[in-house]
Design a binder for this molecule. Structure first.
Ligand code: AMP
Length: 118
């Protein structure tokens, strides 16, 4: 599938839709999820047009990949999550339950998150 530049995260990246920003650098943008599933629920998205992990790992440069992963680490620090722990998750495709077709990493924290899958 080709990348859909009209997806909501692409619009956020272009500044067409606002977000509650946590962090931004040349590789990634992070903002609070609009419908939080935990006391802390952040999203980190690469700035490049990648639909999924599959796409990202196949096509992104090493700098984009390491930059996005480092951005996750920075957001985790900004949100003071390292001491109590947290979860990073990326849904891909139909079976993964992905709703927005722009790669994103969820960061959950602020409570004991329980089992990985219910
Ligand atoms: P997924 O199901 O993994 O594709 O997750 C998509 C996530 O994007 C959901 O948790 C939504 O609540 C979140 N979301 C959708 N639109 C927005 C938005 N405008 N700002 C912030 N988060 C959003």
């Amino acid at each position: 599938m080709t990348y859909d530049p009209q997806n909501i995260f692409a619009k956020i990246l272009r500044g067409e839709i606002p977000c509650n920003k946590i962090y931004e650098d040349e590789y990634a943008l992070s903002f609070h999820d609009i419908n939080p599933q935990a006391p802390i629920h952040a999203l980190v998205i690469p700035k490049g047009p990648y639909q999924s992990m599959t796409d990202f790992t196949a096509k992104a440069s090493s700098e984009e990949i390491s930059g996005t992963l480092r951005a996750i680490g920075k957001v985790v620090d900004i949100l003071n999550l390292p001491e109590d722990g947290y979860r990073v998750l990326s849904n891909t495709g139909t079976n993964g339950g992905q709703e927005v077709p722009h790669l994103h990493f969820h960061i959950f924290g602020g409570k004991r998150l329980g089992r990985m899958l219910v």
